[in-house]
Design a protein around this ligand. Structure first.
Ligand code: ISQ
Length: 161
């Protein structure tokens, strides 16, 4: 899988704009995902009893920022590192937690839609098909890396006597 210099530049351009308003955009990201898939509220202890998505819940805010920032940083570093690198966590942990929550391919597609909608909102008139392509590719590589860890852990668990 390749990530071109142009794609890297587009992802970085978007990040420079989005980082100014990271909390609002991260909440927008989570809200989008939970609007597409309301059942995903059940995945989070701080959301499972909520009807509406609370915009002022500090736990939600900090988790949303952590996840969205990590996604952006993985995209920014992709070309330089030549692989998905996550900061503030490890791929092994992400594989393990998603496996434990019963996450499957289709869930990653929902979160992808949330990421793309958020970047579109964040960058405004800078949004383009090319920028969408760059974020799609970066996201697909992050999702593939997490899914690979999930499969690895699932295989290890099954192998145990
Ligand atoms: C899981 N992983 C990343 C982002 C998410 C956003 C909303 C719900 C679940 C999520």
């Amino acid at each position: 899988m390749s990530f071109s210099e142009k794609q890297e530049a587009l992802v970085k351009e978007a990040w420079e704009i989005m980082k100014e308003d990271i909390t609002t955009l991260s909440l927008y990201f989570f809200t989008q995902v939970l609007e597409i898939a309301p059942a995903a509220k059940g995945l989070f202890s701080f959301l499972k009893d909520e009807e509406e998505i609370p915009q002022d819940n500090p736990k939600l805010k900090s988790h949303a920022v952590k996840v969205f920032k990590m996604t952006c940083e993985a995209a920014i570093q992709l070309r330089e590192k030549g692989e998905v690198v996550v900061s503030g966590s490890t791929l092994k942990y992400l594989g393990s937690v998603h496996l434990q929550k019963g996450i499957v391919d289709a869930h990653f597609a929902v979160v992808k839609e949330g990421v793309l909608r958020t970047v579109e909102k964040g960058v405004g008139e800078k949004w383009s098909e090319e920028m969408k392509g760059a974020w799609s590719e970066a996201y697909d590589q992050l999702a593939a890396a997490i899914l690979a860890e999930m499969n690895k852990e699932a295989a290890e668990t099954t192998d145990e006597p």
